[in-house]
Design a protein around this ligand. Structure first.
Ligand SMILES: Cc1cc2nc3c(=O)[nH]c(=O)nc-3n(C[C@H](O)[C@H](O)[C@H](O)COP(=O)(O)OP(=O)(O)OC[C@H]3O[C@@H](n4cnc5c(N)ncnc54)[C@H](O)[C@@H]3O)c2cc1C
Length: 612
């Protein structure tokens, strides 16, 4: 019943908002403005940037400019979850290619990244994975700030999540902006994979985002950001609800070239939009949220980075920060493929199964990550072996030890970045890769799954040196690059615990690049936490009254009236985790439209009976 009410609210907002028309309006508004008068400029509308922009725009007195290099997300390839692979290699993908890697037999891995409203959250596989307890405690120890600890992250997740599965009120939120549900209609293969994982000795959990991520791992059905059969990206969760507000301006195809620095302060941004060059200035702060490859690129193009390397690239150094572009990390995967005994109907394109494990019991937490895909996939080297109908286990490394670098070879903002991922350069990673594949085989060839499977296609018979060859030739990426502007206190760190760039005023970084170490699992959800943390710090510094509202916990009561032509809404404060699907202060039933932190915008229910 709750489901059908939220669906109708969702339908209302999608039907009511004409995104293309709104984006045109924003463009016109921007062009008729004086290119100033913004409090905050957010560069990049991805998994973190959308959170920052949305949270700041909640306050109507705060003027926010959100710049996104890519086009709109209002296309079927983004909104239809089953079509996610069709975005790869298109205008919605940055299409980076790493440098040839000697540890991968000289292969140059493609590194896709989202280039559209929502960034990665609009082209990714939609898996929601919150990271392991150890990850957050490591962030806290690196930054010297308990605000990053696991207990703090859990509180933030409770604010973020609109979790629709079995309630876990200690850990999960049920009234936040990000709709999360278990991968819908688990296929018989996914159910068999979970049973096979149990046969292979793994603990099977109801959710991969609760207790399972506080211990050595286990298996669970995947959770996703799919809502009513559609992808609900982080942009759609956080920014779309505010698109009609005059205090928020969102520009697409707005390519940020560099920051404008004045002494030790970032004051503005240079960008190109529809062939025209602009300079815009922020009264308060600029937030870089362009992702792990573009954020260091923009920093370096602005003269922020290692002074020797900048000079070599023909860029005049403005601020020496040797850690920019270092500490690159990514999850590598070794796709193991099985041939189905018969054609699966319907085929499943998203992930339904997640497994975390330890390659060595003496480790403090999981270092192995597996995600299933309902179709056969592999590297170009093995394409010719793929069966017509198959199933893939992305057997990967959750805590790789190899570290890569990123550098510029020219001061031309359009010239490619050199990404040396260095994947598998640390011999420990090769050892963990072998263990990861063995686990995949244990699950894939055991128990109830066997009746769905004709044979193991990849790595097939390979063992020993052959298996090592398979690892190097099949290795691909989970597309989780992080760490290139790491948070911390060492000389190699780029931002402090409040995400301020060391030694510069007016500039924060909020995206995957600030992670000191990659999180155990897919990286979108942790990026949402990073966005929340950035917004919280910005509010605390620039609008102290708002932080209170952001975090306040109190009884349900009306604090403000809101009205527009076709919806009646009210802003409520509510207790964290309190169910607020229908509220009736004056006898009218209201539905949740969008919940942002503790501020709840309600629309009038289409049904007068909340139980209908
Ligand atoms: C194919 C694919 C599948 C993935 N699958 C999953 C998954 O299932 N689950 C998961 O958790 N993670 C997944 N990820 C990773 C996840 O999407 C990213 O970790 C996450 O989106 C990173 O967030 P971010 O904010 O750092 O950057 P992004 O989300 O990449 O956002 C950066 C934004 O900045 C914009 N930008 C960059 N440069 C500029 C510029 N110069 N000017 C203006 N705008 C700019 C970009 O266009 C983009 O919109 C996947 C990624 C890919 C590519």
């Amino acid at each position: 019943m709750v489901e059908s009410k939220t669906v109708s609210a969702e339908t209302t907002i999608n039907a009511r908002l004409n995104l293309s028309a709104l984006l045109r309006e924003h463009q016109v508004r921007f062009e008729s403005s004086s290119n100033s008068g913004y409090d905050f400029i957010v560069c990049g509308s991805g998994s973190s940037g959308s959170v920052v922009a949305g949270r700041l725009a909640e306050n109507e007195d705060v003027r926010v400019l959100l710049l996104e290099a890519g086009p709109t997300d209002d296309v079927a390839s983004v909104l239809d979850p089953e079509r996610w692979p069709s975005n790869l290699g298109t205008e919605r993908d940055w299409g980076f290619i790493a440098q040839p890697n000697p540890h991968l037999n000289g292969r140059a891995l493609p590194l896709s990244m989202g280039k559209t409203l929502g960034g990665g959250s609009s082209i990714n596989v939609m898996v929601w994975a919150r990271g392991h307890k150890n990850d957050w405690d490591f962030f806290a120890s690196e930054s010297g700030d308990a605000a990053w600890s696991y207990s703090s992250a859990v509180k933030t997740y409770r604010r973020i999540e609109n979790w629709r599965g079995t309630p876990d009120p200690e850990r999960r939120g049920s009234s936040g902006p990000v709709y999360i549900q278990r991968s819908p209609d688990l296929s018989s293969v996914a159910r068999a994979t979970l049973a096979s994982a149990a046969t292979a000795g793994f603990d099977v959990y109801d959710s991969p985002n609760g207790e399972m991520m506080e211990g050595p791992g286990g298996a669970a059905p995947t959770e996703t950001i799919i809502r009513s059969g559609m992808r609900q990206s982080i942009f759609r969760s956080y920014v779309l609800p505010w698109m009609e507000r005059p205090n928020l301006t969102v520009l697409t195809e707005a390519y940020v070239l560099r920051l404008i620095l004045k002494e030790n302060r970032a004051v503005g941004v240079e960008f190109v939009c529809q062939g025209k060059a602009y300079q815009v200035f922020a009264d308060k702060e600029i937030i870089l949220a362009a992702g792990s490859l573009n954020t260091p690129r923009i920093l370096m193009l602005s003269g922020i980075g290692d002074r020797v390397e900048l000079s070599k690239a023909g860029i005049e150094p403005a601020h020496h920060l040797p850690g920019v572009g270092k500490n690159f990390q990514d999850h590598v995967a070794f796709p193991c493929v099985w041939e189905f005994a018969q054609e699966p109907v319907p085929p499943v394109m998203h992930s339904e199964f997640t497994l975390y494990a330890q390659s060595d019991p003496s480790l403090e937490g999981p270092d192995i990550l597996h995600c299933s895909l309902g179709f056969a996939a592999t590297s170009p080297e093995y394409m010719h072996l793929l069966p017509e109908y198959g199933w893939t286990m992305f057997a990967g490394l959750a805590q790789p030890r190899s570290r890569g670098t990123l550098r510029l070879i020219s001061n031309d903002p359009t010239s490619p970045v050199h990404v040396n991922t260095n994947a598998l350069s640390d011999p420990e990673d090769l050892k963990a890769a072998r263990a990861s594949i063995e686990i995949s085989r244990e699950v894939g060839n055991a128990g109830p799954l066997a009746r769905h499977i004709r044979r193991e296609v990849l790595p097939g018979e390979s063992v020993g040196a052959d298996l090592d060859q398979f690892i190097r030739r099949a290795a691909s990426t989970f597309w989780h690059p992080v760490g290139t502007a790491r948070m911390g206190r060492s000389e190699q760190s780029v931002v402090d615990s409040e995400l301020k760039v060391h030694g510069l005023a007016g500039l924060r970084i909020a995206d995957s690049s600030v992670m000191p170490r990659i999180t155990t699992g897919n990286t979108m959800a942790p990026c949402v936490v990073i966005g929340e943390r950035a917004a919280e710090c910005l509010k605390r510094e620039h609008m102290p009254g708002n932080v209170e509202a952001h975090q306040r916990v109190g009884p349900l009561h009306v604090i403000e009236q809101q009205a527009s032509a076709d919806s009646v809404g009210r802003l409520f404060l509510t207790k964290e985790n309190e169910s607020t699907d229908a509220a009736s202060e004056d006898g009218t039933n209201y539905e949740r439209k969008h919940m942002l932190g503790s501020d709840l915008l309600l629309t009038k229910s289409t049904s007068q009976n909340p139980d209908e």
